[in-house]
Design a protein around this ligand. Structure first.
Ligand SMILES: O=C(O)CCC(=O)C1=CC=C[C@@H](O)[C@@H]1C(=O)O
Ligand SMILES: [Mg+2]
Length: 368
């Protein structure tokens, strides 16, 4: 393929429910959507998962736009690209900025799948026809409300519930939830809100039979996580600490985690995500696909990736209706009895809904 045109759109989609974590609350999902066209007129879409502010990683919507406009788009325009994996080498001279890189790479995978007449899942080597789905629930104002939202998600069929924790909203909350839902597959995500000095809190959390504790310590750490893992029974799952296959290898070799959450945007794209998946499969480390409150485009990419064999735990890719009044794809992502069907159609298997995309777009710019 030879890329001839790239359009960046900034979209703003109001979330049905504000999402609160240890570092703050989001009520609006602002993000960049990329439309990439090659010389044959095949169009692929990619989503940048960077938020408006740098609380999850250092990237933001503005830094992503800057990286795309000034460095990444000029690298791909008019260049012959045979396979999306080539972007790993092509983008090597640009440090990190993984969410920006991933937005382009996702669109190239979409084009590649269409041109090779396969579904994106097939193009990646995924064999599942349906995937198990979990849900990530934000911190609520009261414990009663937290119990209520968990009960609703359980009734909707989600296969595991992820709860956000932070200092002051951890052991007591998880105890009450465990009492109310004795058999529920449950886990906690701390988004780096603790340090090794908090080991007693994690020892107490050990009592609640959690599937895992996600990212308890600093985002750039694997040393203290290895220490913590030795002191607690619950497996640690790393999210923010894993930005590449190299990070995954080091964390696994150090014993810093027993599970890895793979997010396409955080690791620079689908190709790197697949490499991490393949490495973890060889090492016997289970993985699952994390979420970034994506619109339907990013959600479709997550579904295709999760069709790979070592995604053995339910991910965070919940149904479109959990987040938005209207998603930007047709059909929307639907969860039935805790499963999403992996589309078998050519490409991402969901059609971009241009009317909805235009409705949510605040600015756009085309590069050719
Ligand atoms: O529903 C989703 O897309 C998952 C949401 C979710 O848990 C997260 C989204 C963005 C940043 C984090 O707070 C977080 C996570 O850490 O996994
Ligand atoms: Mg997380």
């Amino acid at each position: 393929m030879k890329i001839k045109k790239v359009t960046i759109r900034h979209l703003n989609m109001k979330l049905k429910h504000p999402f609160s974590t240890s570092f703050g609350t989001i009520s609006n999902k602002g993000f960049l959507l990329l439309e990439v066209e090659d010389e044959k007129g095949t169009i692929g879409f990619g989503e940048s998962v960077a938020f408006e502010a740098p609380w999850y990683t250092e990237e933001t919507m503005k830094t992503t736009w800057h990286m795309l406009e000034d460095f990444l788009i000029p690298l791909i325009l008019d260049r012959e690209i045979r396979h999306p994996e080539e972007t790993i080498e092509l983008f090597k001279g640009i440090r990190k900025n993984y969410m920006a890189k991933s937005a382009i790479e996702g669109a190239l995978w979409d084009i590649y799948a269409q041109q090779t007449n396969q579904s994106l899942a097939q193009a990646l080597g995924g064999k599942k026809d349906k995937i198990e789905v979990g849900i990530s629930l934000g911190i609520q104002e009261t414990i009663e409300k937290q119990i209520e939202v968990v009960a609703k998600a359980v009734n909707e069929g989600y296969k595991r519930i992820k709860l956000k924790i932070k200092p002051g909203w951890d052991v007591d909350v998880m105890r009450v939830l465990r009492e109310n839902f004795p058999e529920l597959p449950m886990m906690a995500d701390a988004n780096s809100a603790y340090t090794l000095a908090d080991v007693e809190i994690f020892k107490q959390l050990d009592e609640f039979n959690l599937m895992m504790i996600e990212q308890p310590l600093a985002p750039d750490d694997i040393i203290d996580h290895a220490e913590l893992q030795k002191m607690i029974k619950t497996p640690i799952c790393l999210d923010e600490s894993i930005l590449s296959l190299e990070d995954a290898r080091k964390a696994v070799e150090m014993g810093s985690c027993g599970i890895i959450n793979i997010k396409i945007g955080r690791v620079g794209g689908i190709s790197e995500a697949k490499r991490i998946h393949d490495y973890c499969e060889k090492k016997g480390i289970p993985v699952w696909c994390g979420g970034m409150l994506e619109s339907g485009i990013g959600r479709a990419h997550n579904i295709a990736l999760t069709a790979l064999s070592n995604f053995v735990m339910p991910g965070d890719t919940a149904g479109s209706n959990h987040y938005f009044e209207q998603d930007i794809i047709t059909p929307e992502v639907v969860v039935k009895d805790g499963y999403i069907t992996v589309p078998q159609e050519v490409g991402i298997g969901f059609a971009p809904n241009l009317e909805a995309i235009n409705k949510y777009t605040t600015t756009s710019k085309t590069y050719k």
